[in-house]
Design a protein around this ligand. Structure first.
Ligand code: NAD
Ligand code: 44H
Length: 367
């Protein structure tokens, strides 16, 4: 069985590639990073190390790489042969991936083997971005042959600093949740949870793990802290984190069937994950992509808008927007772009147009 996975980065190698390999797939990674692709083709295996006291190591074998910028023929062959296609490239890159697979999906249309295409990105219903782009170009695509299940992926994989560029250190915890109804065929993946309704799971993950993460990153950077585990030792940070997570807990328990106790237990587990001293996760990684993270459907603004509209506590999330605006990561191109937009049009117009915030919330944030 063959898997084609776009994005041979941290989560691609450290999580998705490993799960696919554990399920018996030979995994071909497609990426624009020549160094990683060359190493995959040279070594055909890599090691996943678990960041824990006496953590285990696993070898992922039978892997290869395609340089998408230089090997269009190999990419075509891989799309035609794939039994599953996954991505972990960043949600903004999905339109580029869609464009690169559409011609080959057209050619594949006579092939009646079921093909699931799944985006594994931190965004609400990211596979739909691929699905819409594909159906726009191939409106008569048989959705009984090509399925587009949405998914939620959770495993903290920091930027890697290993001697071997393919090896990857990951936290012990992992969760990959997939929309069951959209999955085609009987060949379900082991190590994955299938659910009939994905939205509660994806929002609980995004608005607890990822909102918690940015609370640590954006506030932590104002205190000149560099890593997540270091920030978790600072009481000001953990107090702020708790306030933010109490507010997103209100959103989640109001909107979905999670009880307060369940959400509290979920939060406690995540706080323990953030404290992992066997991982060094840079706050600049956690906060990067600040424009995306201030988008109306993302981890800060979506719960904030809801809580504000419902008259529920949202002070910490408002403060979090203020810290995000101060994020000072010169390596994040989105930060320079955000600063430029604010300089050109002013803060009120930026927050209104980019994040969809109403004027009274903007006034709160500016206080
Ligand atoms: N790292 C984590 O802890 C984690 C956990 C869950 C989800 N995610 C999500 O997974 C996605 C990837 O994150 P990551 O941490 O692995 O990032 P990463 O930067 O390590 O990996 C992304 C990879 O995509 C490649 N890429 C970029 N443009 C491409 C293109 N046009 N074609 C092919 N490949 C391309 C990059 O070269 C890189 O290797 C993001 O959406 C992120 O939100 C990350
Ligand atoms: O990948 P991003 O930029 O959406 O978010 C940064 C981190 O919060 C994220 O990568 C987490 O480590 C991950 O979502 C844990 O599952």
């Amino acid at each position: 069985m063959k898997a084609l996975h776009f994005g041979a980065g941290n989560i691609g190698r450290g999580f998705i590639g490993k799960v696919l390999s554990d399920n018996g797939y030979s995994v071909t990674f497609a990426d624009v990073n020549k160094e990683i692709i060359d190493a995959l083709n040279r070594d055909t295996s890599y090691t996943v190390n678990i960041a824990a006291e006496n953590g285990d190591s696993y070898t992922v074998e039978n892997v290869s790489g395609i340089n998408t910028a230089e090997q269009p023929d190999k990419l075509k062959e891989a799309v035609l042969e794939a039994d599953i296609i996954t991505t972990a490239v960043g949600v903004n890159i999905l339109p580029i991936i869609a464009k690169s697979i559409i011609p080959h999906l057209k050619e594949r249309s006579e092939d009646h083997r079921p093909l699931n295409i799944i985006a594994c990105e931190n965004a609400v219903m990211a596979t739909n971005v691929l699905k819409e782009a594909v159906l726009n170009e191939i409106p008569d695509l048989d959705e009984n042959i090509v399925g587009f299940p949405n998914s939620a992926v959770d495993r903290i994989v920091p930027i890697q600093t290993n001697e071997n560029i393919l090896d990857v250190k990951v936290e012990p915890f992992f969760e990959w949740v997939i929309e069951e109804n959209a999955w085609l065929g009987s060949n379900k993946l082991d190590g994955v949870t299938y659910v009939s309704e994905l939205m509660p799971y994806i929002e609980r993950k995004l608005f607890t793990v990822n909102t918690g993460h940015v609370a640590i990153a954006y506030f932590g950077r104002t205190l000149n802290i560099e890593t997540v585990s270091e920030a978790m030792q600072n009481e000001e940070v953990t107090n702020f984190l708790n306030k933010v997570l109490n507010e997103t807990a209100l959103y989640l328990t109001n909107k979905y069937d999670f009880s307060e106790e369940e959400q509290r237990a979920y939060i406690e587990k995540i706080i323990e994950r953030f404290k992992n001293t066997h991982l060094s996760d840079d706050l600049n990684r956690v906060g990067r992509g600040v424009l995306r993270k201030l988008g109306p459907n993302d981890r800060i603004i979506k719960p904030l808008l809801y809580l504000h509209r419902e008259g529920l506590e949202h002070h910490a999330l408002s403060k979090l927007v203020g810290y995000a605006l101060k994020f000072d990561n010169t390596e994040d191109p989105e930060q320079a772009e955000m600063n430029k937009q604010i300089e050109d049009k002013g803060l009120d117009a930026f927050l209104s147009e980019h994040s969809g915030l109403p004027s009274d919330l903007i006034a709160d944030i500016k206080q």
